[in-house]
Design a binder for this molecule. Structure first.
Ligand code: ADP
Length: 399
Protein backbone atom coordinates (compact mmCIF):
# COMPACT_ATOMS: atom_id res chain seq x y z
CA UNK A 1 0.00 0.00 0.00
CA UNK A 2 1.30 3.48 -0.87
CA UNK A 3 0.84 6.40 1.49
CA UNK A 4 1.36 10.10 0.85
CA UNK A 5 2.62 12.15 3.79
CA UNK A 6 2.04 15.91 3.67
CA UNK A 7 3.48 18.65 5.88
CA UNK A 8 1.98 22.00 4.88
CA UNK A 9 3.49 25.22 6.20
CA UNK A 10 2.38 28.79 5.55
CA UNK A 11 4.24 29.01 2.23
CA UNK A 12 5.59 25.49 1.78
CA UNK A 13 4.41 21.93 1.27
CA UNK A 14 6.73 19.02 2.10
CA UNK A 15 5.72 15.57 0.92
CA UNK A 16 6.90 11.95 0.91
CA UNK A 17 5.48 8.86 -0.68
CA UNK A 18 6.01 5.57 1.15
CA UNK A 19 5.65 2.04 -0.07
CA UNK A 20 4.39 0.48 3.15
CA UNK A 21 5.24 -3.09 2.05
CA UNK A 22 8.83 -2.37 3.06
CA UNK A 23 8.44 1.18 4.41
CA UNK A 24 10.71 2.52 1.67
CA UNK A 25 10.50 6.13 0.49
CA UNK A 26 9.59 6.29 -3.22
CA UNK A 27 9.94 10.04 -3.50
CA UNK A 28 10.10 13.16 -1.42
CA UNK A 29 9.91 16.82 -2.21
CA UNK A 30 9.20 20.38 -1.28
CA UNK A 31 7.08 23.11 -2.84
CA UNK A 32 8.48 26.39 -1.62
CA UNK A 33 7.10 29.94 -1.85
CA UNK A 34 3.49 28.84 -2.31
CA UNK A 35 1.42 31.99 -2.90
CA UNK A 36 4.58 34.11 -3.32
CA UNK A 37 6.14 34.87 -6.72
CA UNK A 38 8.96 32.44 -7.50
CA UNK A 39 7.33 29.17 -6.41
CA UNK A 40 9.65 26.18 -6.88
CA UNK A 41 9.07 22.47 -6.55
CA UNK A 42 12.02 20.20 -5.76
CA UNK A 43 11.11 16.60 -6.41
CA UNK A 44 13.48 13.76 -5.44
CA UNK A 45 12.41 10.37 -6.77
CA UNK A 46 14.45 7.65 -5.04
CA UNK A 47 17.18 6.38 -7.37
CA UNK A 48 16.53 9.04 -10.01
CA UNK A 49 17.78 12.60 -10.54
CA UNK A 50 16.21 15.49 -8.68
CA UNK A 51 13.74 17.57 -10.67
CA UNK A 52 13.20 21.29 -10.10
CA UNK A 53 10.12 23.00 -11.48
CA UNK A 54 9.55 26.74 -11.30
CA UNK A 55 5.94 27.81 -11.67
CA UNK A 56 4.07 30.49 -9.72
CA UNK A 57 1.25 28.92 -7.72
CA UNK A 58 -1.43 30.98 -6.00
CA UNK A 59 -2.35 28.65 -3.13
CA UNK A 60 -1.99 25.26 -1.44
CA UNK A 61 -4.50 23.59 -3.74
CA UNK A 62 -2.46 24.64 -6.79
CA UNK A 63 0.70 23.49 -4.96
CA UNK A 64 -0.77 20.05 -4.19
CA UNK A 65 -2.11 19.80 -7.76
CA UNK A 66 1.44 20.24 -9.06
CA UNK A 67 2.75 17.62 -6.59
CA UNK A 68 0.16 15.11 -7.83
CA UNK A 69 1.08 15.82 -11.47
CA UNK A 70 4.74 15.28 -10.68
CA UNK A 71 4.04 12.01 -8.85
CA UNK A 72 2.40 10.49 -11.96
CA UNK A 73 4.71 12.08 -14.53
CA UNK A 74 5.86 9.35 -16.96
CA UNK A 75 9.47 10.54 -16.83
CA UNK A 76 10.22 11.35 -13.19
CA UNK A 77 7.04 10.27 -11.43
CA UNK A 78 6.86 7.21 -9.21
CA UNK A 79 3.20 6.22 -9.65
CA UNK A 80 1.21 5.02 -12.66
CA UNK A 81 -1.87 6.73 -11.33
CA UNK A 82 -2.97 8.52 -8.17
CA UNK A 83 -5.25 5.54 -7.45
CA UNK A 84 -2.15 3.83 -6.07
CA UNK A 85 -2.21 6.24 -3.09
CA UNK A 86 -4.52 4.61 -0.58
CA UNK A 87 -4.36 7.19 2.20
CA UNK A 88 -2.86 10.57 3.06
CA UNK A 89 -1.21 11.42 6.39
CA UNK A 90 -1.04 15.05 7.45
CA UNK A 91 1.28 16.58 10.01
CA UNK A 92 -0.70 18.90 12.27
CA UNK A 93 1.21 20.90 14.84
CA UNK A 94 -1.43 21.50 17.50
CA UNK A 95 -4.15 19.14 18.67
CA UNK A 96 -4.71 21.00 21.94
CA UNK A 97 -6.02 18.76 24.71
CA UNK A 98 -8.28 16.94 22.30
CA UNK A 99 -5.97 14.43 20.65
CA UNK A 100 -3.57 12.09 22.38
CA UNK A 101 -3.23 10.04 19.22
CA UNK A 102 -3.62 10.25 15.47
CA UNK A 103 -7.15 10.34 14.01
CA UNK A 104 -9.05 9.93 10.77
CA UNK A 105 -10.01 13.42 9.61
CA UNK A 106 -13.69 14.34 9.50
CA UNK A 107 -15.55 17.62 9.94
CA UNK A 108 -15.35 17.36 13.74
CA UNK A 109 -11.57 16.91 13.64
CA UNK A 110 -11.22 19.88 11.28
CA UNK A 111 -13.29 21.98 13.66
CA UNK A 112 -10.94 21.12 16.53
CA UNK A 113 -7.87 21.93 14.39
CA UNK A 114 -9.57 25.27 13.72
CA UNK A 115 -10.38 25.76 17.40
CA UNK A 116 -6.63 25.52 18.03
CA UNK A 117 -5.82 28.42 15.63
CA UNK A 118 -5.83 30.72 18.62
CA UNK A 119 -3.02 28.83 20.38
CA UNK A 120 -1.09 27.86 17.19
CA UNK A 121 -1.64 30.82 14.85
CA UNK A 122 1.45 30.17 12.74
CA UNK A 123 1.03 26.46 12.22
CA UNK A 124 -2.54 25.18 12.37
CA UNK A 125 -4.02 27.45 9.66
CA UNK A 126 -1.55 26.26 6.96
CA UNK A 127 -1.86 22.66 8.22
CA UNK A 128 -5.62 22.87 7.67
CA UNK A 129 -5.11 24.48 4.24
CA UNK A 130 -2.97 21.46 3.28
CA UNK A 131 -5.67 19.06 4.50
CA UNK A 132 -8.43 20.83 2.61
CA UNK A 133 -6.35 21.03 -0.59
CA UNK A 134 -5.65 17.28 -0.43
CA UNK A 135 -9.27 16.43 0.38
CA UNK A 136 -10.39 18.42 -2.65
CA UNK A 137 -7.92 16.65 -4.94
CA UNK A 138 -8.20 13.16 -3.38
CA UNK A 139 -11.75 12.97 -2.03
CA UNK A 140 -12.01 9.18 -2.07
CA UNK A 141 -9.14 8.19 0.22
CA UNK A 142 -8.90 8.43 4.02
CA UNK A 143 -6.99 11.41 5.41
CA UNK A 144 -5.29 11.12 8.78
CA UNK A 145 -4.05 13.84 11.15
CA UNK A 146 -0.90 13.19 13.19
CA UNK A 147 -0.33 15.82 15.88
CA UNK A 148 3.01 17.15 17.19
CA UNK A 149 1.39 17.57 20.58
CA UNK A 150 -0.25 14.14 20.85
CA UNK A 151 2.53 12.12 22.51
CA UNK A 152 2.95 14.83 25.17
CA UNK A 153 -0.73 14.58 26.13
CA UNK A 154 0.31 11.70 28.40
CA UNK A 155 1.85 14.29 30.79
CA UNK A 156 0.40 14.72 34.28
CA UNK A 157 -0.97 18.10 35.48
CA UNK A 158 1.97 18.55 37.89
CA UNK A 159 4.19 18.97 34.84
CA UNK A 160 1.88 20.73 32.43
CA UNK A 161 0.30 23.35 34.69
CA UNK A 162 1.85 26.80 35.05
CA UNK A 163 1.57 28.66 38.35
CA UNK A 164 -0.87 31.21 36.98
CA UNK A 165 -4.43 31.95 38.11
CA UNK A 166 -6.30 28.71 37.44
CA UNK A 167 -8.94 30.54 35.38
CA UNK A 168 -6.52 31.08 32.47
CA UNK A 169 -6.24 27.33 32.15
CA UNK A 170 -10.00 26.90 32.32
CA UNK A 171 -10.75 29.77 29.98
CA UNK A 172 -7.86 29.85 27.50
CA UNK A 173 -6.25 26.41 28.02
CA UNK A 174 -2.94 28.02 28.97
CA UNK A 175 -0.74 25.04 29.91
CA UNK A 176 2.33 23.18 28.68
CA UNK A 177 1.64 21.24 25.47
CA UNK A 178 5.10 20.46 24.14
CA UNK A 179 6.01 19.96 20.48
CA UNK A 180 8.18 17.68 18.29
CA UNK A 181 6.09 14.88 19.84
CA UNK A 182 6.27 12.67 16.76
CA UNK A 183 10.06 12.86 16.81
CA UNK A 184 10.32 12.17 20.56
CA UNK A 185 7.94 9.24 20.05
CA UNK A 186 9.96 7.76 17.18
CA UNK A 187 13.42 8.01 18.73
CA UNK A 188 12.32 6.86 22.18
CA UNK A 189 10.72 3.73 20.70
CA UNK A 190 13.84 3.04 18.63
CA UNK A 191 15.98 3.49 21.77
CA UNK A 192 13.87 0.93 23.66
CA UNK A 193 14.33 -1.48 20.74
CA UNK A 194 18.09 -0.87 20.77
CA UNK A 195 18.15 -1.64 24.51
CA UNK A 196 15.98 -4.76 23.99
CA UNK A 197 13.65 -3.50 26.67
CA UNK A 198 9.87 -3.01 26.55
CA UNK A 199 9.16 0.69 25.91
CA UNK A 200 6.74 0.68 28.87
CA UNK A 201 9.61 -0.16 31.25
CA UNK A 202 12.15 2.42 30.08
CA UNK A 203 13.35 5.73 31.46
CA UNK A 204 14.46 7.76 28.45
CA UNK A 205 15.61 11.35 27.92
CA UNK A 206 15.28 12.47 24.30
CA UNK A 207 17.11 15.52 22.94
CA UNK A 208 15.66 16.85 19.68
CA UNK A 209 18.27 19.47 18.85
CA UNK A 210 17.47 21.14 15.53
CA UNK A 211 16.92 24.75 14.66
CA UNK A 212 13.97 24.44 17.02
CA UNK A 213 14.97 22.26 19.97
CA UNK A 214 13.20 20.40 22.73
CA UNK A 215 13.81 17.61 25.23
CA UNK A 216 11.46 15.07 26.72
CA UNK A 217 11.58 12.83 29.78
CA UNK A 218 9.76 9.55 29.15
CA UNK A 219 8.93 6.90 31.72
CA UNK A 220 6.85 3.73 31.46
CA UNK A 221 5.68 4.73 27.96
CA UNK A 222 4.45 8.18 29.00
CA UNK A 223 5.89 11.66 28.68
CA UNK A 224 6.72 12.93 32.15
CA UNK A 225 7.91 16.35 31.04
CA UNK A 226 9.03 18.23 27.95
CA UNK A 227 10.87 21.51 27.54
CA UNK A 228 8.65 23.37 25.06
CA UNK A 229 5.55 24.78 26.65
CA UNK A 230 2.40 26.62 25.70
CA UNK A 231 4.29 27.55 22.54
CA UNK A 232 7.59 26.34 21.03
CA UNK A 233 9.34 29.36 22.57
CA UNK A 234 9.96 27.84 26.00
CA UNK A 235 12.84 25.61 27.02
CA UNK A 236 16.23 25.21 25.39
CA UNK A 237 18.22 27.91 23.60
CA UNK A 238 17.32 27.57 19.90
CA UNK A 239 18.48 28.99 16.57
CA UNK A 240 16.50 32.20 16.94
CA UNK A 241 14.32 31.58 20.03
CA UNK A 242 15.36 32.60 23.51
CA UNK A 243 14.02 29.55 25.34
CA UNK A 244 13.51 30.01 29.11
CA UNK A 245 13.91 33.56 30.35
CA UNK A 246 12.56 35.59 33.23
CA UNK A 247 9.13 36.67 31.89
CA UNK A 248 9.71 40.12 33.39
CA UNK A 249 12.36 40.68 30.68
CA UNK A 250 9.53 40.75 28.16
CA UNK A 251 7.79 43.72 29.83
CA UNK A 252 11.12 45.43 30.49
CA UNK A 253 12.26 45.24 26.86
CA UNK A 254 8.85 46.10 25.44
CA UNK A 255 9.14 49.27 27.44
CA UNK A 256 12.81 50.03 26.68
CA UNK A 257 12.68 49.15 22.96
CA UNK A 258 9.15 50.46 22.42
CA UNK A 259 7.86 47.14 21.10
CA UNK A 260 4.20 46.20 20.77
CA UNK A 261 3.13 42.56 21.31
CA UNK A 262 3.68 41.53 17.68
CA UNK A 263 7.17 43.05 17.71
CA UNK A 264 7.99 41.42 21.03
CA UNK A 265 6.78 38.08 19.70
CA UNK A 266 9.09 38.49 16.73
CA UNK A 267 11.99 39.60 18.95
CA UNK A 268 11.94 36.56 21.22
CA UNK A 269 11.12 34.08 18.44
CA UNK A 270 13.21 35.35 15.55
CA UNK A 271 15.99 37.59 16.83
CA UNK A 272 17.09 35.84 20.00
CA UNK A 273 18.61 32.44 20.75
CA UNK A 274 21.93 31.52 19.17
CA UNK A 275 21.55 34.25 16.54
CA UNK A 276 21.02 37.03 19.05
CA UNK A 277 23.63 35.85 21.49
CA UNK A 278 26.41 35.04 19.03
CA UNK A 279 25.69 37.80 16.51
CA UNK A 280 26.97 35.30 13.93
CA UNK A 281 24.12 33.09 12.73
CA UNK A 282 21.31 30.82 13.86
CA UNK A 283 23.16 27.91 12.30
CA UNK A 284 25.23 25.92 14.77
CA UNK A 285 27.81 25.07 12.11
CA UNK A 286 28.59 28.76 11.53
CA UNK A 287 28.78 29.39 15.27
CA UNK A 288 31.10 26.42 15.84
CA UNK A 289 33.35 27.68 13.05
CA UNK A 290 33.38 31.22 14.45
CA UNK A 291 34.14 29.93 17.95
CA UNK A 292 36.99 27.80 16.60
CA UNK A 293 38.51 30.89 15.05
CA UNK A 294 38.41 32.77 18.32
CA UNK A 295 35.05 34.57 18.25
CA UNK A 296 34.26 34.95 21.97
CA UNK A 297 30.56 35.69 21.60
CA UNK A 298 30.16 32.57 19.47
CA UNK A 299 31.88 30.57 22.22
CA UNK A 300 29.66 32.20 24.84
CA UNK A 301 26.55 31.24 22.85
CA UNK A 302 27.75 27.61 22.65
CA UNK A 303 28.42 27.59 26.40
CA UNK A 304 24.96 28.97 27.20
CA UNK A 305 23.42 26.37 24.86
CA UNK A 306 25.20 23.37 26.36
CA UNK A 307 24.73 24.55 29.94
CA UNK A 308 20.99 24.83 29.36
CA UNK A 309 20.81 21.30 27.93
CA UNK A 310 22.84 19.93 30.86
CA UNK A 311 20.42 21.61 33.27
CA UNK A 312 17.48 19.87 31.63
CA UNK A 313 19.27 16.52 31.77
CA UNK A 314 19.67 16.97 35.54
CA UNK A 315 16.07 18.13 35.88
CA UNK A 316 14.81 15.11 33.96
CA UNK A 317 16.99 12.55 35.74
CA UNK A 318 15.41 13.85 38.96
CA UNK A 319 11.88 13.64 37.55
CA UNK A 320 12.46 10.13 36.17
CA UNK A 321 14.31 8.98 39.30
CA UNK A 322 17.03 7.60 37.03
CA UNK A 323 17.68 7.21 33.34
CA UNK A 324 18.39 4.27 31.02
CA UNK A 325 19.48 6.30 28.03
CA UNK A 326 19.91 9.70 26.42
CA UNK A 327 18.93 9.98 22.77
CA UNK A 328 20.36 12.69 20.51
CA UNK A 329 18.41 13.52 17.35
CA UNK A 330 17.67 16.24 14.70
CA UNK A 331 20.25 18.38 12.86
CA UNK A 332 22.52 19.24 15.80
CA UNK A 333 21.86 16.05 17.78
CA UNK A 334 22.56 13.76 14.82
CA UNK A 335 25.50 15.62 13.29
CA UNK A 336 27.11 17.84 15.90
CA UNK A 337 29.43 15.40 17.62
CA UNK A 338 31.32 18.28 19.25
CA UNK A 339 28.01 19.52 20.72
CA UNK A 340 27.20 16.04 22.06
CA UNK A 341 30.65 15.90 23.63
CA UNK A 342 30.24 19.32 25.26
CA UNK A 343 26.78 18.42 26.59
CA UNK A 344 27.86 15.08 28.08
CA UNK A 345 31.09 16.46 29.60
CA UNK A 346 31.24 16.20 33.40
CA UNK A 347 28.00 14.28 33.78
CA UNK A 348 29.75 11.16 35.09
CA UNK A 349 28.17 11.72 38.53
CA UNK A 350 24.86 10.86 36.82
CA UNK A 351 26.41 7.80 35.16
CA UNK A 352 26.60 9.54 31.76
CA UNK A 353 29.93 8.94 30.01
CA UNK A 354 30.47 9.38 26.30
CA UNK A 355 33.11 7.51 24.30
CA UNK A 356 34.83 10.33 22.34
CA UNK A 357 35.93 8.02 19.53
CA UNK A 358 32.58 6.25 19.03
CA UNK A 359 30.97 9.69 19.20
CA UNK A 360 32.73 10.98 16.08
CA UNK A 361 29.83 10.04 13.79
CA UNK A 362 27.19 11.97 11.90
CA UNK A 363 23.65 10.97 11.04
CA UNK A 364 23.89 7.29 11.98
CA UNK A 365 21.97 5.13 14.44
CA UNK A 366 24.65 4.28 16.95
CA UNK A 367 25.48 3.83 20.65
CA UNK A 368 28.18 6.35 21.59
CA UNK A 369 28.41 5.64 25.31
CA UNK A 370 31.62 4.55 27.01
CA UNK A 371 31.74 0.89 28.07
CA UNK A 372 31.46 1.89 31.74
CA UNK A 373 28.64 4.41 31.25
CA UNK A 374 25.60 3.47 33.36
CA UNK A 375 23.38 5.47 31.03
CA UNK A 376 23.49 4.53 27.35
CA UNK A 377 23.87 7.39 24.90
CA UNK A 378 22.33 6.93 21.45
CA UNK A 379 22.39 8.94 18.27
CA UNK A 380 19.17 8.15 16.39
CA UNK A 381 18.22 10.00 13.19
CA UNK A 382 14.59 10.98 13.58
CA UNK A 383 11.88 9.98 11.09
CA UNK A 384 8.66 11.84 11.77
CA UNK A 385 7.31 11.07 8.28
CA UNK A 386 7.60 7.33 8.89
CA UNK A 387 5.56 7.65 12.10
CA UNK A 388 2.92 9.60 10.16
CA UNK A 389 2.90 6.97 7.39
CA UNK A 390 2.57 4.10 9.92
CA UNK A 391 -0.29 5.77 11.79
CA UNK A 392 -2.00 6.60 8.50
CA UNK A 393 -1.75 3.00 7.34
CA UNK A 394 -3.07 1.68 10.66
CA UNK A 395 -6.06 4.03 10.72
CA UNK A 396 -6.78 3.57 7.00
CA UNK A 397 -6.98 -0.16 7.68
CA UNK A 398 -9.44 0.50 10.49
CA UNK A 399 -7.08 -0.65 13.25
P1 ADP B 1 14.77 22.15 11.83
O1 ADP B 1 14.11 20.90 11.27
O2 ADP B 1 14.38 22.48 13.23
O3 ADP B 1 14.79 23.32 10.91
P2 ADP B 1 17.20 20.54 11.71
O4 ADP B 1 16.81 19.39 12.53
O5 ADP B 1 17.36 20.35 10.24
O6 ADP B 1 16.30 21.80 11.99
O7 ADP B 1 18.57 21.10 12.30
C1 ADP B 1 19.18 22.25 11.80
C2 ADP B 1 20.37 22.57 12.66
O8 ADP B 1 21.28 21.48 12.62
C3 ADP B 1 21.14 23.79 12.20
O9 ADP B 1 21.36 24.68 13.28
C4 ADP B 1 22.46 23.22 11.73
O10 ADP B 1 23.50 24.07 11.99
C5 ADP B 1 22.59 22.01 12.62
N1 ADP B 1 23.61 21.09 12.11
C6 ADP B 1 23.62 20.41 10.96
N2 ADP B 1 24.80 19.76 10.82
C7 ADP B 1 25.55 20.06 11.91
C8 ADP B 1 26.86 19.73 12.37
N3 ADP B 1 27.64 18.94 11.66
N4 ADP B 1 27.28 20.23 13.55
C9 ADP B 1 26.48 21.03 14.28
N5 ADP B 1 25.26 21.39 13.90
C10 ADP B 1 24.79 20.92 12.74
Amino acid sequence: MKILVVNAGSSSIKYQVFNMEDESVLAKGLVDRVGIPGTTLEHKPTGKDEVIIKKDLPDHTAGMQLVLEVLVNPEYGILKSMDEIKAVGHRVVHGGEFFSESVLIDDKVKKVIKDCFDIAPLHNPPNLMGIEACEELMPDVPHVAVFDTAFHQTMEPANYMYALPYEVYEKYRVRRYGFHGTSHYYVSHRAAEMMNKPFEECKIITLHLGNGASMAAIKDGRVVDTSMGFTPLEGLVMGTRSGDIDPAIVFFLMDKLGMDTAEANNYFNKKSGMLGLSGVSNDLRDILEAANSGNERAQLALDVYTTKVKGYIGNYVAKLNGCDCLVFTAGVGENGWDMREAICKDLDYLGIKLDPEKNKVRGKEVDVSADDSRVRIFVIPTDEELVIARDTLRLAQGK
